[in-house]
Ligand binder design. Structure first.
Ligand code: 2BA
Length: 112
């Protein structure tokens, strides 16, 4: 058995949960926060039999989209002779998502 840990964007989470459920996978949804953007994202944990792993991963790949996001990277130093002195915030474009996925071996699975 495997445990899929999939970190996805909030925008994709609802559709991903409903598609996985519809296709017969058990899912737990956790509200999480990314360390870099410090913004909310969603982590799904999905326990699957080995033979269903690729099927579950293909659902994640199909549903989760990469998106461009503009983030403030902090500050950039500017030439003090041009703009006085100081620093300006710099916006940079990054790609976020579709999904960051880890697959772990499950050594024991029980429901008590
Ligand atoms: P965040 O840490 O908030 O990162 C969001 C996006 O920011 C990342 O998208 C990536 O495009 C960018 N990013 C992250 N660190 C960066 C850096 N040092 N410099 C420039 N850009 C950077 P994704 O790679 O798609 O990651 C989405 C989310 O997946 C992450 O949110 C984090 O919550 C999780 N994640 C990614 N890699 C991970 C890892 N190795 N372990 C645990 N969680 C991870």
């Amino acid at each position: 058995m495997k445990l899929i840990v999939a970190i996805v964007q909030d925008e994709d989470a609802g559709r991903l949960v409903s598609t996985l459920m519809k296709e017969g996978y058990g899912v737990t949804k956790l509200a999480t926060t990314g360390g870099f953007l410090r913004a909310g994202n969603t982590t799904l944990i999905v326990g699957v039999e080995d033979e269903k792993l690729e099927g579950a991963l293909s659902v994640v790949e199909r549903v989760c989209k990469s998106r461009k996001q503009i983030v403030n990277s902090g500050v950039a130093t500017v030439d003090p002779t041009m703009l006085g002195s100081g620093a300006l915030p710099t916006n940079i474009e990054i790609m976020v998502g579709g999904a960051t996925v880890f697959v772990l071996d499950v050594c024991r699975f029980a429901k008590f």
